[in-house]
Ligand binder design. Sequence first.
Ligand SMILES: *[C@@H]1O[C@H](CO)[C@@H](O)[C@H](O)[C@H]1NC(C)=O
Ligand SMILES: [Cu+2]
Length: 119
Amino acid sequence: MARVTYLLLIALLVLPSVVFATQYVVGDDEGWNSGVDYYAWVEGKTFYVGDSLAFNYNAGAHNVVVVDANGYDQCLASPNNGAYNSGHDVLTFNVAGDYYFICEWHCNHTDQKLKVTVN
Ligand SMILES: *[C@@H]1O[C@H](CO)[C@@H](O)[C@H](O)[C@H]1NC(C)=O
Ligand SMILES: [Cu+2]
């Protein structure tokens, strides 16, 4: 028992980013959708390497395209670093930096776009 506790302690010390990684549901109950204010959603949240985002939406109605800053500003889906359309996409941050996501069909029309800074 003492040994198990000891090993658990070591794991907590060695792997803080894994142990304490947070999965955020984008838009909370509203999900990844038109008409949700993602500027407000990121407000007050601090993201770290190891954290992940879960995009929940009706497959076929929306998608998730990983773009760069220019793609985010201008709603350009191409070129991109990946596009997802399952309706439940979980993306994990492995590297610190700025990440940009758009819905290809609603970025221009309803601002369905998300920028996240990962520390
Ligand atoms: C959004 O609008 C810009 C500027 O009109 C256009 O270049 C771009 O292709 C549009 N994005 C999509 C995904 O249709
Ligand atoms: Cu959309």
